[in-house]
Design a protein around this ligand. Structure first.
Ligand SMILES: Cc1cc2nc3c(=O)[nH]c(=O)nc-3n(C[C@H](O)[C@H](O)[C@H](O)COP(=O)(O)OP(=O)(O)OC[C@H]3O[C@@H](n4cnc5c(N)ncnc54)[C@H](O)[C@@H]3O)c2cc1C
Ligand SMILES: *[C@@H]1O[C@H](CO)[C@@H](O)[C@H](O)[C@H]1NC(C)=O
Ligand SMILES: *[C@@H]1O[C@H](CO)[C@@H](O)[C@H](O)[C@H]1NC(C)=O
Ligand SMILES: *[C@@H]1O[C@H](CO)[C@@H](O)[C@H](O)[C@H]1NC(C)=O
Ligand SMILES: *[C@@H]1O[C@H](CO)[C@@H](O)[C@H](O)[C@H]1NC(C)=O
Length: 550
């Protein structure tokens, strides 16, 4: 098991006592006699945005209602954050870079409030690149750029310059504002908390938006011309690897809601780390839940640890590095006996189809398996800027720094794994200039989204270098350490294919069993997962306050 790196044993013991009295027990007075009301034991499976927000809001709502809760978070990874996580460029912790979810926006109030509460700093998106030559953003259709822009202000600034789209940008912005306004109603009474996502979507008036494709929804609202194809589709492709003809209208609008884009310096995962710390939840990292069995009034959760000595690592409430683990309870309590435990309620905060667990007996509602995007994310550092030749530009013209893609006008947009089409990649972005710590050379950090792993030939062409005699870099034959000094490949089940739909998975799958991931077919973002976590927390607390308060 992972031990405290810095916390003395005495402090750890104190912490665990303090949290036990605060969280685990509540002393109540009955006619002068003291009785201890047993806490409600709640398991959360998954320490991503949804699980962390569930824990954070459970602790908060429980405290507000004097409901004693004892929260345990199970996470099979050795880190908190799930699809929100960083890796280190050059394998050097001075260069963290987002591998999954990178951006959230002002409108995302759960994340924004948490950033404030935890005193995290956010960096403005793409601000470090101004001195580098080339357009700041462009959309490539596989043979030509359909649009390029030079200011740093995002789509609505571009739109001003783009006489060619007429009123379409303005109308799209208005439509985006109205849909996000409807979405915001899901945060407050009377819609919040919602026991049914399907009902909530209908109540806020978004059913017609999610049941149409982005293309249909824009047409229905009188938006014609190339704006959808050139700009909105470039956004749906970079954000969801999907085309406007197949993604639903709401996700298309969400992609255009880019105002106030930000990310947490050092990594968005810190939001979720701090949420779990604030909840003072017992957190078992490296611990895979293998089954949740309904027995009588409770669930027996079985799990196993992947840690070397097969004991789960337990993380406590102190801020630290994301992989750091601090013992929370008395160390001797954390033993192999932890392999199965009873809980009053269980929150499954991960897509069931990837959770790799069994749920006997089958709950009343079992979420359907849905197709997810199989996204290849490639991070690399290189001394090269993107090659003008790759983009059919003269050698003297610098290539854009961020290239999104759309399809050639002649190409019918495909759904599913064929969405990418002829451009062969969804986006390539210069994230920031970096100084190679090994040789002090100025280099650039890039991120590529693509439907398959970019090969050496492609990388050499797009970065404009000659594939050299095979020098190995992480097994990537044909790429020289001089041309690509660091390379990291990851395949994510990143988000569902967001096809139009009229119903969503149930939130309560059966008595005492809650599910957050149904929200991903509606909108798949850190914020919506966090909203679902908050919603489930409210439902669980309300149910138990009802039962206990009588
Ligand atoms: C490349 C990429 C880019 C993205 N870009 C953005 C973006 O810019 N902005 C944005 O808002 N969103 C973005 N997203 C989407 C965003 O990452 C997700 O919507 C969100 O993080 C999902 O959070 P979650 O908690 O619901 O699920 P997850 O983050 O997947 O968390 C589930 C957790 O459960 C754990 N788990 C699963 N099964 C078990 C088990 N049996 N036992 C124990 N643990 C288990 C998993 O290990 C995981 O940590 C992006 C996603 C990807 C992959
Ligand atoms: C709280 O949960 C932990 C497991 O995470 C368990 O060991 C402990 O006994 C629980 N406390 C109470 C008072 O139920
Ligand atoms: C918040 O962070 C800033 C800068 O890192 C620091 O100066 C300040 O003391 C912090 N405030 C709190 C309340 O932690
Ligand atoms: C799923 O669980 C089985 C058995 O517990 C294991 O062999 C397999 O590797 C697991 N798969 C994943 C993706 O965790
Ligand atoms: C490399 O990738 C490109 C673009 O995806 C593809 O056209 C080409 O066939 C690949 N080459 C090899 C050798 O796999």
């Amino acid at each position: 098991m992972k031990l405290a790196k810095s916390l003395p044993a005495v402090a750890a013991a104190f912490l665990s006592t303090a949290s036990a009295t605060r969280n685990n027990e509540q002393t109540v007075l009955f006619g002068g006699e003291e009785a201890v009301l047993a806490p409600i034991n709640i398991a959360i499976i998954g320490a991503g945005a949804a699980g962390a927000s569930s824990a954070y809001h459970l602790a908060q709502f429980a405290a507000e209602t004097n409901l004693p809760v004892n929260i345990t978070v199970f996470e099979r990874n050795e880190y908190i954050g799930g699809r929100s996580t960083t890796v280190d460029a050059y394998d050097n912790p001075a260069f963290p870079v987002e591998l999954g979810a990178s951006i959230f926006v002002e409108l995302n109030s759960i994340l924004v409030d948490a950033v404030k509460a935890f005193n995290l700093s956010t960096g403005a998106f793409r601000s470090a690149n101004e001195d580098i030559p080339g357009a700041s953003l462009a959309v490539w259709d596989g043979s030509a750029f359909v649009v390029q822009q030079n200011s740093a202000g995002g789509w609505w600034d571009v739109a001003k310059l783009l006489w060619k789209y007429g009123w379409a940008p303005y109308t799209t912005m208005k439509l985006m504002r109205s849909t996000t306004g409807s979405f915001r109603k899901m945060y407050d009474a009377p819609v919040f908390p919602f026991a049914s996502l399907t009902q909530a979507v209908e109540d806020v008036g978004l059913l017609s938006v999610v049941s149409a494709t982005g293309e249909q929804y824009m047409l229905e609202n009188g938006i014609k011309g190339d704006f959808g194809h050139d700009i909105v589709q470039a956004s749906t492709r970079v954000n969801y690897a999907q085309n406007l003809k197949h993604i639903h209208g709401l996700e298309a609008m969400v992609c255009m809601a880019a105002e106030g884009a930000m990310s947490v310096e050092g990594g968005n995962w810190q939001i979720f780390y701090n949420m779990i710390a604030a909840a003072q939840a017992t957190t078992l990292l490296g611990t895979q839940v293998t089954s949740m069995e309904r027995k009588g009034d409770s669930y027996t959760v079985s799990f196993h640890s992947s840690a070397e000595d097969s004991e789960p690592s337990v993380q406590s409430a102190l801020p630290a590095g994301k992989g750091d683990a601090l013992p929370m309870g008395n160390e001797t309590n954390i033993t192999a006996a932890f392999s199965s435990q009873q809980f009053d309620a269980v929150i499954l905060a991960a897509p069931l189809q990837f959770a790799n667990l069994t749920l006997p007996p089958a709950p009343v509602h079992t979420p359907d398996e849905v197709p997810y995007v199989h996204l290849h994310v490639t991070l690399l550092t290189t001394p090269h800027l993107l090659s003008p030749a790759f983009f059919n530009l003269p050698a003297s013209a610098p290539a854009p720094k961020v290239v999104l893609t759309t399809l050639p006008a002649s190409e019918d947009p495909q759904p599913g794994p064929k969405s990418c089409g002829s451009p062969a990649f969804f986006s390539i972005s210069l994230l920031r200039p970096v100084t190679n710590p090994h040789n002090g050379q100025p280099e650039y950090l890039y991120k590529i989204f693509s439907p398959s792993a970019p090969n050496a030939t492609f990388l050499a062409r797009i970065l404009g270098f000659a594939p050299s005699s095979p020098l190995d870099l992480d097994g990537d034959a044909g790429i020289s350490g001089r041309d690509i000094s660091w390379l990291y490949r990851k395949v994510w089940e990143s988000y569902p294919y967001e096809y139009p739909r009229v119903t969503f998975e149930e939130i309560c799958l059966g008595e005492g069993l809650w599910y957050t991931s149904g929200v991903e077919g509606f909108i798949s973002t850190m914020e919506t997962s966090a909203l679902m976590g908050r919603n489930v927390a409210r439902l669980v607390v309300d149910e138990w306050v009802g039962r206990r308060g009588g």
